[in-house]
Design a protein around this ligand. Sequence first.
Ligand code: GLP
Length: 257
Amino acid sequence: MPPMDGSARPYRLVVAPAPELAEQLAEQVLAERLASRPQPLGLATGATMEPFYAALSRRVAALSEEQQQRLRQTWCSFNLDEYVGLGPEDPESFTATMARLLRTPLGLDHACVHCPDGLADDPVAEARRYRLSLAAAGGLGLQLLGLGRNGHVGFNEPPCGPEAGTRLIDLTAATREQNAFAFAGQASAVPGQAITLGLAEILSARQLVLLVTGAAKAEILARALRQPPTADVPASWLQRHPDLLVLADPAAAAGLL
Ligand code: GLP
């Protein structure tokens, strides 16, 4: 959709109710996965993404058996991040979350749904392994992104420049507070570190889709997209990407229109 005010924005913006955005994203991801020679898909977790995974599961269940099989045979996704210290047996880990929201409903092999290993003895080496394994798979095609309330994407916490690579990172108090909902409301139970894809790898994806919903994200979304890129708002570097699609519900888009 072209900007309604006629300005030349460096991104495309679609404003629609959240359930419609989830359907649109599911349609786009499915078309991408069923295309010939699909590139690795970059996936995100977080509450914002859950309706998308539900929509994707519904759409896949409605496909023919042949298409479902093709999807399973060619699936390759890389998640943005994982908490250090949590493994597949921990329901709050992103690996377990992806099993619940994606792997089990779609019948995917765990080897093609990549997440950093949060239980690796050496998380720094694990971050390197993850980066190399993504590069060996061909790099990212379509990358889905949510937005942290402090402007992080993946777990690229502020301050963060566009050259930051895949790495071990300390989570900020704000992020641990934001994600406490998944840990019985206890921010202190949220791990203090994570392995995240870097902004460098994210910005190298062929296309970025940023999904943002709810009034609580309106201010940070406007800061990310309306101000010059700054390390204080890591998501603001997304403006430099040549193919950025922003999907926002009316509440989140309030500061953009
Ligand atoms: C999390 C994840 C991000 C996610 C963001 C938004 O911490 N690391 O990948 O996009 O924060 O989360 P939510 O959708 O729950 O607001």
